[in-house]
Design a protein around this ligand. Structure first.
Ligand code: AMP
Ligand code: ZN
Length: 665
């Protein structure tokens, strides 16, 4: 044995350890990745050449060691207890009353911690070296998973010289949600079953016999106990100075008021922590009082777990239906046997799209894990292994469940399938919103809330039918005023806006109709060419194609729309609408004639499209980039390089108020 070599290896190991600490814990590396890799390789090579000198806690062990055949059983020095649970404030009060009694009604210092949803692990350090890591097992006897534990970067392999000779630290091994999702994606790709939740994934990982695979999964560790005589709070502080991770949320103090605040805080931040927690744990801080309180046969009396309502449950799929969204997108939905999740009854869960459905292999009769987090709609996470069901696999619809129209993909790159029928009633809401939008007929007040109700009333099949409300017989004002969130006054305003829409120019009407492929610009060109709807409706495809910028696709779309609504001109006329193109204007007389304008940044109320449309109506040409020819820049908030460029070129910069003033509003 060469003492020189051994010293050299130890120095190398120390250096690697230090750099890892700076990199992973402090996030402040002081060497490049390449330099670090070189150091680690040197150490690894020496260890390979001199296995007898290799330290089992060498930092190279982080990447795992050759597989073992099975795990040894190990008896815990003291049993790993479970925790008693509290679900309500009364439960907490009852626990606190018992604690107060043991302290002769003296205020009791408490510590609050999060309850990480993972698996417990007991770490033993002898002479400041990690020698043993044991799973919980049945609480008395667990399994020796030391090699696996060595790969977890949050677990220090050695402790500083100030640490006692024997230290036992207990804590939770877990996987972040991001890593869990990555892992599931990789398993999907390999056709392997998914892990239902991060906890299953973490425990599956700790059971792997090959620690090199464990290393790749990047588990985390959070300590929650230093077994011994210490004050709990100080003990946890000390562990952090030794390189253990700190509880991301923690409370220290006396009284249930603080505890309730803590519960609320953690409840609110729960989603943002990046890993699953199933509650918080409250502990008596003083070791002396802990001893006085002691244990029941299964749990310490000096601690209690306050559980949040579970966000996962298992249930059975009763059916699979397809929902058609506003844009015609078809989403598969699992109809479920009712089950309680996070305090509410869940009967349906989204399956996102057909690919997801196929990937899950879901059928009627499958048992599934469902999950509900925060405010999101419940989703199906995975099948319960062994209970996949044997019903037929669901079929992907070939017809829209709402209108029976054809379905397909807009383009091949898209995952979602859509109803291709532009007139599908499911799309009415989106069409109505467009119809009333500022770029179309500018019907003030026709927002989401109103449109939702108009659609629900089933009185309208086409957007323009809302103008029927102006018919005396329909008593439009009374009808509108009767809707939710509509007062008499706003109903009257809306009626006035509908009335004003009747006389809007043809171009706006053409745009508002929602003819596929006809945007504001094409609508303008068509309006200019045909002057009224009647003439446009009688044009052939060839004639349409003669219009500037109109190709076969647009011409085809206009014709198809006309064939769906051959009577539209008459129909609109009956509603008091006979849109015409305004007589050609002398553009040189417009307020912004001769100007070349660019819009940038976020304007207070106009969208970019609206501002550009207004500029054009006022006679300006609109360009997308600033050049020496630009005569005005309309800038809003967060304007970037265009503003800088305009300033450099001494081009006048204006705001939305200026633009409105030009338009006379
Ligand atoms: P239970 O399994 O519901 O009886 O809860 C007890 C388990 O919660 C313990 O065995 C630990 O694995 C785990 N746990 C998670 N976070 C903590 C914590 N902060 N303090 C104590 N135990 C915790
Ligand atoms: Zn449809």
């Amino acid at each position: 044995m060469s003492p020189d070599l051994q010293a050299q290896m130890k120095d190398l190991a120390d250096a690697v350890r230090l750099h890892r600490y700076r990199y992973y814990v402090l996030d402040q590396p002081t060497v490049s990745d390449a330099e670090y890799d070189a150091l680690e390789k040197e150490l690894r090579d020496l260890e390979a050449a001199h296995p007898d000198l290799a330290d089992p806690n060498s930092p190279t062990r982080r990447v795992g060691a050759p597989p073992v055949e099975s795990f040894e059983k190990v008896r815990h020095r003291t049993p790993l207890y479970s925790l008693d649970n509290a679900y309500t404030d009364e439960d907490l009060e009852a626990w606190y009353a018992r604690v107060l009694k043991a302290s002769d009604q003296q205020p009791v210092a408490l510590v609050g911690e999060i309850k990480v949803d993972g698996l417990s692990l007991a770490l033993t350090y002898e002479q400041r070296n990690l020698v043993l890591a044991v799973t919980r097992g049945d609480g008395e006897v667990g399994e020796d998973v030391t090699e696996n534990a060595r790969t977890i970067v949050d677990i220090p392999l050695t402790l500083p010289g100030s640490a006692p000779d024997l230290v036992e630290v207990r804590g939770e091994v877990f996987l972040s949600r991001v890593r869990w999702e990555e892992l599931n994606r990789a398993r999907d790709a390999k056709g392997e079953p998914r892990f239902a939740n991060p906890r299953n994934a973490a425990s599956g990982t700790m059971k792997l016999l090959d620690s090199r695979e464990v290393a790749a999964r990047r588990l985390q560790f959070l300590p929650w106990q230093w077994v011994g005589e210490q004050d709990h709070f100080e003990a946890m502080e000390r562990l952090v100075t030794w390189g253990f991770a700190a509880m991301p949320e923690r409370m220290e103090g006396a009284g249930l008021g603080r505890v309730r605040e803590f519960l609320e805080r953690v409840g609110g931040r729960r989603e943002g922590l990046g890993f699953d927690l199933d509650g918080v744990v409250l502990k008596v801080r003083s070791h002396e009082l802990q001893q006085r309180l002691g244990f029941t046969d299964r749990a310490p009396r000096w601690a209690i777990a306050y559980k949040f309502p579970a966000t996962q449950a298992t249930t059975t799929v009763l059916g699979i239906t397809w929902q058609v969204g506003r844009t015609g997108k078809l989403t598969p939905v699992a109809e479920l046997e009712a089950v309680d999740v996070a305090g509410s009854t869940v009967r349906r869960a989204t399956l996102h799209n057909a690919d997801e459905l196929a990937r899950l292999g879901l059928r009627v009769g499958s048992r599934v894990f469902i999950e509900k987090g925060g405010d999101v709609i419940p989703k199906v996470v995975s099948l319960v292994p062994g209970e996949e069901g044997d019903g037929p696999l669901p079929e992907i619809p070939v017809a829209c469940p709402v209108c029976a129209g054809p379905v397909g993909k807009d383009d091949d790159a898209e995952v979602a399938i859509r109803c291709l029928n532009p007139e599908c009633p499911a799309k009415l809401a989106a069409r109505l919103l467009h119809f009333g939008s500022r770029v179309a007929l500018d019907i003030e007040g026709m927002g989401d809330a109103l449109v939702e109700q108009l659609v629900a009333s089933q009185r309208f099949r086409q957007p323009w039918e809302v103008l029927g409300l102006l018919d005396d017989a329909m008593q439009g004002t009374a009808y509108l005023a009767g809707l939710e969130r509509m007062a008499e006054k706003s109903a009257q305003n809306l009626m006035a806006a509908l009335d004003a829409a009747r006389t809007k120019p043809l171009a706006r009407w053409l745009h508002a109709l929602g003819i596929p492929m006809v945007g504001a610009r094409t609508a303008e060109l068509l309006a200019e060419a045909y002057q009224d709807l009647e003439s446009l409706w009688s044009a052939t495809e060839d004639q349409l194609q003669a219009v500037e910028e109109v190709g076969p696709k647009v011409a085809g779309a206009v014709r198809a729309f006309r064939d769906l609504h051959p009577d539209l001109p008459d129909h609109l006329a009956a509603l008091g609408v006979a849109p015409v193109a305004p007589p050609p204007v002398d553009r040189s007389a417009l307020p912004l004639a001769g100007q070349i304008a660019v819009v940038t940044g976020t304007l207070p109320t106009f969208s970019r499209e609206e501002a550009e449309a207004l500029l054009k109506r006022l006679g300006a040409k609109v360009s997308s980039s600033v050049s020496p020819k630009t005569t005005v820049l309309v800038a809003g908030e967060k304007a970037g390089s265009k503003l800088a460029k305009a300033e450099a070129l001494a081009i006048p910069v204006r705001d939305e108020a200026w633009l409105r003033a030009q338009g006379g509003s």
